[in-house]
Ligand binder design. Sequence first.
Ligand code: ZN
Ligand code: ZN
Length: 195
Amino acid sequence: MKLKGWGTPWEWERSKEVVVFTVDNKANKGKSVVIKDLEGVLKEFSIQIRVIDGNSKYGENVALVQTLLKNSVKADEIYYDKFEEEIRKARKEGQLPYGLVVLVDKDKYKFYHPSWQKEPAIYGVGISDGVVIMRHTHREAVRHEFGHMLGLRIHHEGCVMDYTCIAPTFCSQCKRQIKEIWQEEIVAGNLVFPS
Ligand SMILES: [Zn+2]
Ligand SMILES: [Zn+2]
């Protein structure tokens, strides 16, 4: 990891794990597909990070994720700034040290957005600090939010990083940027995970 952005170091990549949680039964259905889509992105760039089903492997953390989400919801609206803040606090205490992807029921939650916000979150939200929340889990949206987690910041047309999440592929500029950010993990190649 070379480029940290925003002046704050990312801690999550040290775990070499992205962990996917569902917090209700309904979101559970799409989880295996999301895991495959996330693995697809990592494979595309040969990034040596593994994707894990959090409910099975880190079952003891499900209640914590649920609580942090609950603390960030008002009238069925997710205040994701608050959620990120809650995650940061938990991490300071040594909890949830990995890349965190949370799938929520889209019929149960919306994202809160202030009126000045030009591009309100609909499908999901992702930040490079290692947090993604998804309402919709179609492939383009998963790749888009994961792109943010991997360090892509700017929305632009002709790319999966378009705000509307129409195109499935990363443009050449984004590909270059991901390779640059993750060059250590790509070049090292000394971590081999069982499939
Ligand atoms: Zn975006
Ligand atoms: Zn792009």
